[in-house]
Design a protein around this ligand. Structure first.
Ligand code: UD1
Ligand code: UDP
Length: 381
C-alpha cells in the first residue's frame, strides 16, 4: 500500500515547538511519509526551534518581513502554498493553533481540496478581538478542518457547542510531549548568563510579552509594572527574553533597560527556555504556550491578559489572570513574592494539558481516519 503523505505546515515559534514532536512521530510510522513545510512567518525564532529539534523542512516559503501586517502574512502564505501543495501532493495537511500561518495554511488546503487536521483545536475566549487575530483564526480553521485534535475535554466541549462532533479527538497538547524531551535536571545552559543566575538565593521571575492586542497602552502599563516590581524587590531577578517584534523591543527597552536586577536578553532557544522555566520562581506572561508549560513544571503563572482560552490551569489553581492594569499586576506579583502561603498555594505541578502522548494519539487518529488502524483512546487529565 502507498504511504500516506501527511504535510505539517507551521511558521511561528510556538507552532514549531508544538509540531516538532508530531513531525517526528509521523516520520516514525511505516504507513506515513511525513512532509514538513514552513512558512517562516517567523524567521530567526523558527530556525532556532528547527535546530533544537533537528528538523529539516521539505519546503520553506520564507515570507517574513519586518513589522509585517496580518494581510501580508496571509496573502504571502496563500500564494506560496499553491506551489508547495502542487509539488508535495499531500493526502492531508496538518495546521496548528491560531496564527496567520494556521489560517492561511488551512484555507489553501481547502482551495486544493486537501483534508485538514487541526492540532490544538477547540480553544475559545468568545471575544473576537482578544486574542487578536487568533480567536477568529481558530474559528475559521474549525469551519475548514476535517479532523480536530483537542488538547482537553473542555476544548472538545467548545466544539460540540458549535455543532462539531465528527472527527474530534481529545489528545492532550503536544507541548507536553516537547517538554519531556527538553527539560533535564542536569541541564547546562548554552547562554552563560543563565548559568550565573542566583537560583538559590534570589527569586527568578521569568517574563514574556508579545500579544498584538496588548500593543500600545496595555503593553506600556505591563512594562512599567514590571519595572516597579524589579525596583521594589531586591530579592528578585527578572529575566525577560524579548520577542523580536520591533514594537515589543522598543517598549521593553523604554521601561526596563538599565535596571540592575532586570535581564533583557535575546529570545531563548526552546530547550534553554524550558529549563529556565523549570528553575524559576514565578512566570509572568501573555503567552499561550507558557500557560501550558509552567503548570506542568509546578511554576505559578500570572497571565498578563484580560482573558484566557486556557481555563484548565486556572481551575487547578496554578494560573491566575492578572489582567493588563498596572495596579493589579503589581499587587498580584507582590503577594506571590512576599507571602509564602500564597505562593505555596499555587506552586504545585498539574497536568491538565497532557501526558506526553499527544503525538502518538494524533498519528493513530490520522491512520484511523484513512482506515489503517484503530481509533485511539482519548486523553483524560
Ligand atoms: C505571531 C502570531 C501569534 C503568536 C506569536 C508567537 C499571528 C497574527 N500572530 O505573532 O499568534 O502568539 O507569533 O510568538 O500569526 N520578528 C523577527 N524575527 C522573528 C520573528 C518575528 O524579526 O523570528 C519580527 C518581525 O519584524 C515581524 C514581527 O516580529 O514582522 C512580528 O511577527 P508576527 O509573526 O507578525 O507577529 P507575532 O507578534 O510574532
Ligand atoms: N519560548 C522560547 N524562547 C523564548 C520565549 C518563548 O522558546 O524566548 C517558547 C515557550 O517556552 C513556548 C513558546 O515559545 O514553548 C511560546 O511561544 P510564544 O510565547 O512566542 O507564543 P504563544 O504561545 O503565545 O502563541
Amino acid at each position: 500500500m502507498e504511504k500516506l503523505r501527511i504535510m505539517s505546515v507551521f511558521g511561528t515559534r510556538p507552532e514549531a515547538i508544538k509540531m516538532a514532536p508530531l513531525v517526528k512521530e509521523l516520520a516514525g510510522r511505516e504507513e506515513i511519509k511525513s512532509i514538513c513545510c514552513v512558512t517562516a512567518q517567523h524567521r530567526e525564532m523558527l530556525d532556532s526551534v528547527l535546530e533544537v529539534f533537528s528538523l529539516k523542512p521539505d519546503w520553506d516559503l520564507n515570507i517574513m518581513t519586518p513589522r509585517q501586517t496580518l494581510s501580508t502574512i496571509t496573502s504571502k502564505c496563500l500564494t506560496g502554498m499553491d506551489e508547495a501543495i502542487d509539488a508535495l501532493k499531500p493526502d492531508m495537511m496538518l495546521v496548528h493553533g491560531d496564527t496567520s500561518t494556521t489560517f492561511a495554511g488551512a484555507l489553501s488546503a481547502f482551495y486544493h481540496k486537501v483534508p485538514v487536521g487541526h492540532v490544538e483545536a477547540g480553544l475559545r475566549t468568545y471575544d473576537k478581538y482578544s486574542p487578536y487575530p487568533e480567536e477568529m483564526n481558530r474559528k475559521l480553521v474549525t469551519a475548514i478542518a476535517d479532523l480536530y485534535f483537542c488538547p482537553t475535554e473542555n476544548n472538545r466541549e467548545n466544539l460540540r457547542r458549535e455543532g462539531v462532533t465528527e472527527g474530534v479527538f481529545v489528545t492532550g497538547n503536544t507541548v507536553i510531549d516537547a517538554l519531556k524531551t527538553t527539560v533535564r535536571p542536569d541541564y547546562v545552559f548554552a547562554t552563560e548568563e543563565l548559568n550565573r543566575l542566583p537560583y538559590d538565593s534570589k527569586k527568578i521571575l521569568l517574563v514574556t510579552c508579545h500579544r498584538r492586542e496588548n500593543y500600545g497602552q496595555p503593553m506600556e502599563d505591563i512594562m512599567s509594572a514590571l519595572a516597579h516590581i524589579a525596583r521594589t524587590h531586591e530579592d528578585v531577578e527578572l529575566v525577560y527574553p524579548v520577542h523580536l517584534s520591533p514594537v515589543v523591543q522598543e517598549c521593553a527597552k523604554k521601561h526596563l533597560a538599565d535596571i540592575p536586577n532586570v535581564h533583557l536578553i535575546a529570545p531563548l532557544a526552546a530547550d534553554e527556555m524550558h529549563n529556565l522555566m523549570a528553575r524559576c520562581y514565578l512566570v509572568l506572561t501573555d503567552s499561550g504556550g507558557l500557560q501550558e508549560e509552567a503548570p506542568a513544571l509546578g511554576k505559578p503563572v500570572l497571565v498578563l491578559r484580560r482573558e484566557t482560552e486556557r481555563p484548565e490551569a486556572v481551575a487547578a489553581g496554578t494560573v491566575k489572570l492578572a489582567g493588563v492594569a498596572y495596579d493589579d499586576i503589581v499587587r498580584m506579583a507582590d503577594e506571590l513574592i512576599t507571602d509564602p502561603d500564597a505562593y505555596a498555594a499555587m506552586a504545585h505541578a498539574v497536568n491538565p494539558y497532557g501526558d506526553g502522548n499527544a503525538c502518538r494519539r494524533i498519528a493513530d487518529a490520522i491512520l484511523w481516519h484513512f482506515g489503517r488502524g484503530p481509533r485511539p483512546e482519548d486523553f483524560h487529565a
